[in-house]
Design a protein around this ligand. Structure first.
Ligand code: NAD
Ligand code: TYD
Length: 338
């Protein structure tokens, strides 16, 4: 039995990961450490919460005393660090919490991992560390890091620190850098769920700038299968890019959602661009494909339909979210844009 500390397991990708892994395997014990920020929701884990090999610990990864206690209590030998402040727009509204959670929090986990001699530490990172691409080319693992937002710069700092723990202390660190995820349980501040929910509520769909920015989309289950493979078989000290080669312009996604939900394009509203908005992301994932045999199994056209249907079928989930603190955030971010 492996004791795996999963941080940030109540968020979008982490909860999908835990639900997926606990369905696949019974021989691992997952200890989910999550602070339950605005983005953390235990409802995401209702399929897992009663499983005997699942434990939840509410806490903050920046609290080293608490983190050390969790490592000791559960004899943690494996770590997958999903916990982060994850939204670029929020990092523009206020960067301090991004530095605290993403950089200091990762440092606290790395120090504990070193103290308790963990056997693998997987740092979940993002393709945003590479900065922005022009109309052609792909990010490879040897693309120099060049982050542009407070969010991506904090993730880059965490990656560099994790790699330094490998080089300096021999801590068995491995890093995954994934492109934009979509799927069930994504907090409706990110493009796809925000557009679906606004559309269902007949609210304007706020498209930044000219709408021609490109992201490379991957279904969350494909990301999590890749994480699992890197966790099991990835070489320590290495970075693995993860992406499904599905580049889309933002405006095309918005139109697709409108069409799927039978709504007209008059709902689209072009708004003031995001400051420092990266133009294009696109991932070369040949390393993980060739070395570990991973390949994505979901195509965008099919999985976006599944995703929209999930939001249609789970109105209670997102209605509870958008009735709370979300209102204030929405007003702050979009109030002076539209
Ligand atoms: P999310 O915002 O949905 O969830 C983050 C989770 O971390 C929440 O449950 C939150 O409560 C928890 N958390 C935040 N601060 C914490 C703290 N100090 N201590 C403990 N827990 C804390 O994020 P997500 O979209 O699921 O992203 C998960 C990870 O994947 C992040 O590291 C992110 O950078 C990375 N990533 C995300 C994407 C994407 O498209 N969403 C793409 C590539 C990489
Ligand atoms: P987002 O989901 O925030 O992911 P990221 O910025 O990490 O790639 O945004 C995806 C793209 O959609 C990005 O180019 C910004 C754009 N966008 C909008 O046009 N309107 C919106 O309301 C949001 C949230 C994003």
């Amino acid at each position: 039995m492996k004791n795996i500390l999963v941080t940030g397991g109540a968020g979008f990708i982490g909860s999908n990961y835990i639900n997926f892994i606990l369905n696949e395997r019974e021989d691992d014990r997952i200890i989910n450490l999550d602070k339950l920020t605005y983005a953390g929701n235990l409802e995401n884990l209702k399929d897992s919460e009663n499983k005997p090999n699942y434990i939840f610990e509410k806490g903050d990864i920046t609290n080293s005393e608490f983190v050390n206690y969790v490592f000791r209590k559960y004899e943690i030998k494996y770590v997958i660090n999903f916990a982060a402040e994850s939204h670029v727009d929020r990092s523009i509204l206020g960067s301090e919490i991004f530095f605290r959670t993403n950089v200091i929090g990762t440092n606290v986990l790395l120090e504990a991992a070193r103290r308790y001699t963990v056997e693998k530490f997987l740092q979940v990172s993002t393709d945003e560390v590479y900065g922005s691409l022009g109309p052609t080319g792909l990010f490879t693992e040897s693309t120099p890091v060049a982050p542009n937002s407070p969010y991506s710069s904090s993730k880059t700092s965490a990656d560099l620190m994790a790699l330094s723990f490998y080089h300096t202390f021999g801590l068995p660190v491995v890093i995954t850098r994934c492109s934009n995820n979509y799927g069930p349980l994504q907090f409706p501040e990110k493009l796809i769920p925000l557009m679906i929910i606004n559309c269902l509520n007949n609210k304007k769909l706020p498209v930044y700038g000219d709408g021609l920015n490109v992201r490379d989309w991957i279904y969350v289950i494909d990301h999590n299968k890749a994480i699992d493979l890197v966790f099991e078989k990835g070489r320590v000290g290495e970075v693995y890019n993860i992406g499904a080669s599905q580049e889309m312009k933002n405006i095309d996604i918005v139109k697709l959602i409108l069409k799927h939900l039978g709504k007209g394009e008059e709902l689209i509203e072009y708004v003031k661009d995001r400051p420092g908005h990266d133009r294009r992301y696109a991932i070369d994932s040949s390393k993980i494909q060739n070395e570990l045999g991973w390949k994505p199994s979901f195509r965008f056209e099919e999985a976006i339909g599944k995703t929209i249907d999930w939001y249609l079928d789970n109105k209670n989930w997102w209605q509870r979210i958008i009735s709370g603190e979300y209102q204030k955030y929405y007003e702050t971010l979009y109030g002076n844009r539209i």
